[in-house]
Design a binder for this molecule. Structure first.
Ligand SMILES: Cc1ncc(C[n+]2csc(CCOP(=O)(O)OP(=O)(O)O)c2C)c(N)n1
Ligand code: SF4
Length: 272
């Protein structure tokens, strides 16, 4: 009997990884490597594009083709790769700072373009790598290095943003919900068009410590207790919804992707 381990996609020479104890990044990396194996992807036909941040280091630990680019710019680079080489599987790995704050504009336009890229945003609610500053997903009132007495801003709903902009596939999960994490990554990778998997993940070192959700296992318990599927979420009051995490597949449709539309227009232009 053989088991799916994802081992051939993990660069053993780069281990041990740099992530803190209790960080969720390793769980997401393992789920991604296993799904690559399950889908029979190869190192040659897969490209991982990362921005800057703790999660942005993920490409160091993968054996696939990789492009490590500037902060917030993973999606434009991924777009260029997919437009030029549609046969490749292109995956953009971004933190919430990378993908929705400094890179927020690229995020909505990639979804609008519906280009066939899978974006995996590990949302740990702050800028982990640079010391725990607030990001566009930091909850209202949360304590961060730059909101020492509480965050006056409201967070983006990353999935709602992707849906409104036109993504074909949108799912949210947490690192506690391991099976959903794997199945969401698989569905996202196999869906044509722009796909988003938002993974709510603990950053015990920066976010947990400041918001008194520690040790790391407390962050996992909190994810377990807060994550609910749509049937439960819909019955909650507005106030309760603020304190829960809606998980599951939220959008799954088949609008034509960018490369298909581009080819249609190109062939029309060639006939003139
Ligand atoms: C243009 C630019 N601005 C700021 C930085 C500094 N910087 C590096 S990582 C980072 C935050 C990363 O946070 P996030 O994307 O949420 O990833 P995490 O570290 O939490 O995984 C920042 C602000 C940078 N490298 N480049
Ligand atoms: S600082 Fe936070 S996000 Fe970065 S490795 Fe540590 S726990 Fe993970």
């Amino acid at each position: 009997m053989s088991f799916i381990t994802g081992r051939k996609f993990i660069n053993q020479e780069a281990l041990p990884h740099m992530w803190c104890q209790g960080c969720g990044n390793g769980t997401v990396l393992s789920a991604l490597a296993r799904t690559f194996e399950q889908l029979k992807y190869t190192n040659e036909d897969t490209v991982v594009v990362t921005g800057i941040g703790c999660w942005g280091k993920a490409d160091d630990y993968l054996t696939t083709n990789a492009l490590h680019v500037t902060h917030g710019r993973a999606l434009p680079f991924a777009t260029g790769i997919k437009a030029a080489k549609p046969e490749l599987h292109v995956v953009a790995l971004m933190g919430d700072g990378d993908g929705t704050t400094i890179g927020g504009n690229h995020f909505i336009h990639s979804a609008r373009r519906n280009i066939d890229i899978t974006a995996i945003i590990v949302n740990n609610l702050n800028y982990g790598m640079t010391g725990g500053q607030f990001s566009a997903t930091t909850p209202h009132d949360a304590i961060t290095a730059t909101t020492a007495f509480g965050n006056p801003e409201r967070p983006f709903d990353v999935c709602a943003l992707a849906e409104a902009a036109g993504a074909n596939y949108v799912a949210r999960t947490t690192i506690y919900n391991g099976r959903l994490l794997r199945s969401s990554i698989k569905d996202a990778l196999t869906k044509k068009g722009f796909s988003l998997v938002e993974v709510i993940s603990p950053c015990p070192t920066q976010f947990g410590r400041r918001n008194k959700i520690n040790p790391a296992v407390e962050m996992l318990r909190s994810l377990r207790d807060k994550a609910v599927t749509k049937d439960v979420f819909d019955k909650l009051s507005a106030e309760e919804k603020d304190n829960h995490i809606l998980i599951g597949s939220l959008v799954n449709k088949d609008a034509a992707d960018f490369n298909t539309r581009y080819e249609e227009i190109r062939s029309k232009a060639l006939q003139k």
